[in-house]
Design a protein around this ligand. Structure first.
Ligand code: BGC
Length: 406
């Protein structure tokens, strides 16, 4: 593999609520107490076991790691910051540096501090300023330990699950969503949601506010750390089509709505863009695909089209997440191999790609689906907390080593 530039970042990603354990001060923990989503509890206990987990990442050949900071830990009440929790994340960052693993920090990955969600969350007009204050605090405290920040993870997924499908907090559902949904899984959550047409308008408002929030967060961080690499992590669905012009038009409209509306509002305030790729939808397609445990098509090649789509904004790109749920580890090695080949092809086509982070380093809490979906390179036994490296993780390591040889 000759195409990977020197210093390319190879690793995996996690997110605070999905792995740390006992994150109680947020909207998801509250929803769990109300029985609307599965409880999280101790999970992998990464909050206490990060040293051991980073040893594993090191053994697996990773030189980068993406994780998120839990906003509700850092700012437990509005405008009140917790110095002890900042110290915790400082230790986490130092533990990565000690192993020569470069950290990529996400400031907000789906969970909202309780005070923020209860006062309207991203429906709040002043959400951008509120978020920017938190970003500024983290940048000031941890800026000496980290050069790569993303303000937020997958704004469109947050908006559509929370305000259209009604499957995530704040559980607002616009039922017509199922007509265009590519997985239709919103129906599963129907009984838990507040329904009506209003969520649709709220969704539009929240999406606009999220773009403003990213822009404000970017400015706040750059004011303190002018040299830092700051961007957004964008979920891209690769919509494509067969020969039919009508299907091509559908794909273009879908890509515009899902990816470009948000990117057009924010790309000027991105030093780089993170790509999260999981699925594609081909209009007019008769092919039958093998499926992941999430029932998503096995089509890692779609990452190529997603990268080309984002490259329109001419910013360096990191693959910040891409992977599959595969409890038996049957498909993962082949999936990663094909994915890395597609990523290499994108570099060959001129995309300025800087890194590849597999989702996820280990098994975690898959949001409204709980802990049964296994995305990890490393398996977690939730009873004993034993970590077991899956065979595919070694295949990923070989690919990394091959790429590094040039
Ligand atoms: C999210 C992760 C999630 C993964 C798999 C991404 O949308 O950032 O938090 O676990 O997909 O569904």
């Amino acid at each position: 593999m000759k195409n990977f530039p020197e210093g390319f970042y190879w690793g995996a990603a996690t997110a605070s609520y999905q792995v740390e354990g006992f994150n109680e001060n947020n909207d998801w923990a509250k929803a769990a107490k109300e029985g609307r989503v599965p409880p999280a509890g101790r999970l992998a206990d990464h909050y206490h076991r990060y040293e051991e987990d980073f040893d594993i990442a090191k053994d697996l050949g990773h030189n980068a790691h993406r994780f998120s900071i839990e906003w509700g830990r850092i700012e437990p009440q509005e405008g009140v910051f917790d110095q002890e929790e900042i110290e915790h994340y400082r230790k986490v960052l130092k533990a990565l540096h000690k192993r020569k693993i470069t950290p990529f920090v996400t400031l907000w990955h789906f969970t909202l501090p309780l005070w923020f969600s209860e006062s309207g969350g991203f429906e709040r007009k002043d959400a951008p300023e509120v978020f920017a204050r938190y970003c500024a605090f983290v940048a000031k405290e941890l800026g000496d330990q980290c050069d790569h920040f993303s303000t937020m993870n997958e704004p469109n997924v947050f908006g559509s699950n929370g305000y259209l499908r009604g499957s995530w907090p704040p559980f607002k559902r616009f039922a017509a969503t199922d007509l265009v949904s590519i997985t239709n899984s919103g129906r599963m959550f129907e009984s838990r949601a507040d329904k009506g047409i209003r969520p649709f308008f709220l969704y539009l408002r929240v999406m606009k506010n999220l773009a403003r929030t990213h822009n404000a967060g970017y400015d706040a961080i750059k004011k303190i750390l002018p040299k830092a690499d700051v961007g957004v992590v964008k979920h891209v669905i690769y919509f494509h089509a067969n020969w039919n012009p009508f299907n091509k038009l559908k794909a273009a409209i879908a890509n515009y709505s899902w990816t470009h509306i948000f990117m057009k509002r924010t790309y000027k305030k991105c030093d780089s863009i993170g790509l999260n790729y999981y699925f594609h939808k081909k209009f007019g397609d008769n092919a039958v695909y093998e499926k992941t445990d999430m029932d998503w098509d096995i089509y890692p090649e779609g990452i190529y089209g997603s990268l080309i789509m984002l490259w329109k904004y001419k910013k360096p790109i990191f693959v910040s997440e891409a992977g599959l749920a595969d409890a038996q580890d049957i498909y993962r090695a082949d999936y990663i191999t094909r994915q890395v080949a597609a990523v290499e092809k994108a570099i060959d086509s001129g995309v300025d790609l800087r890194g590849h982070m597999y989702w996820s380093l280990f098994d975690n809490y898959e949001w409204a689906l709980g802990i049964d979906k296994k995305f990890g390179l490393v398996e977690i036994d939730y009873k004993t907390l034993e970590r077991k490296i899956r065979p595919s993780a070694w295949v990923y390591k070989e690919l990394i080593e091959e790429a590094q040889k040039g």
